[in-house]
Design a protein around this ligand. Sequence first.
Ligand SMILES: Cc1ncc(C[n+]2csc(CCOP(=O)(O)OP(=O)(O)O)c2C)c(N)n1
Ligand SMILES: [Mg+2]
Length: 399
Amino acid sequence: MSTPQDWTPPTSAATRPGRDRPGRDHVVAGLKGTDEGGADLVQLLTPEGVRVPDPRFDSYAADVDVEMLKGLYRDLVLVRRFDREGNALQRQGQLGIWVPLLGQEAAQIGAGRAMAPQDMAFPSYREHGVAWTRGVDPTDLLGIFRGTDHGSWDPREKGFHLYTIVIGNQCLNATGYAMGQKFEGKVGGDDAEATMCFFGDGATSQGDVHEGFVWAAVYDAPVVFYCQNNQWAISEPTERQTRVPLYKRAQGYGFPGIRVDGNDVIACLAVTRWALEECRTGNGPVLVEAFTYRMDAHTTSDDPTRYRLADELELWKLKDPIERVRVHLVRSLGVEPEFFDDVQAQADELAARFRQFCVDMPAPAPDRMFSQVYAEGSPAVDAQREEFLAYHASFEGAS
Ligand SMILES: Cc1ncc(C[n+]2csc(CCOP(=O)(O)OP(=O)(O)O)c2C)c(N)n1
Ligand SMILES: [Mg+2]
């Protein structure tokens, strides 16, 4: 059977009569390439916790010693812990919705830890792990899901933009920002900058992503397009988005694409470091496809048992991003149980703080939504505020 790599689209039906569409074998091979990671997957730590050499990317992970790996493990565990707490808070009526990252911890921690302070990230709505690496306190995410604000961190200070719910839209923002970095001479020097754009497999079907790719390519914008292929766009599987592995799409736009094991934090770190280096030195953009899996529902409003089989989940549990690091730390690096107990205690402490903050959150006053509309006052907004407050006041004393 041919692999997706062997299949080149026919130039015209006339030169390949009867073959102007891929045949069944090609399609099946394409799906395999999409489903299983394929031969081109960059992996440095296997699901069994074995560090495997990679001549191209080892140098980008050369500093990952036992201390650094312990730090990455701590990141993974803490992020998963507050994510689980977010789910519980929604179930208990404290949040309107939660968007779980379960299973995608390594893809996000690896990418986030590869970034430099001066870099800028544009997330979608699931990037709680990247937020963590940018120094955004997890409690700053809660207002979004409790419906009281759009995120309470300063995007410029953190180098982490506010969440974007409109699928793929942040690719335009990220590309524009990266073009600005280029125009302002921030590429190529010692303190060069780059941009990271986070989006999902489903987003690749959006026009905004395509437009972002085109503009970034023709302006050599220093942006890493970081696609977390978690295999699902709500209930739509990846084979409803593409007939070729997603990373291969980059070729059509004229920039490199690479597929990394998104459940391998060391590989995600190394590949993103490489991609950011390409961008900082003027060789951007780059597409990274982090091949991973959404272990939980799309959001707390979704029930994945209606559209996917349980055995798929069971298979991916064997590729868990945290367990492989734990096994490597214990078996290969001799890390003692006290370390893991300590991380667990830190995770429980974070979860308790996260929960308490959420429960204690005050409901914002009704006029707050008018407060940040423009940098300066506006008569139109002032009038709307007055009208709204008067409307609210009309309910006073009503039972
Ligand atoms: C423009 C637009 N269309 C549709 C939606 C509804 N929607 C929310 S999430 C989602 C699926 C996105 O899937 P993917 O890009 O794979 O990201 P994931 O949720 O898997 O991280 C859709 C269609 C939306 N938010 N914005
Ligand atoms: Mg997806």
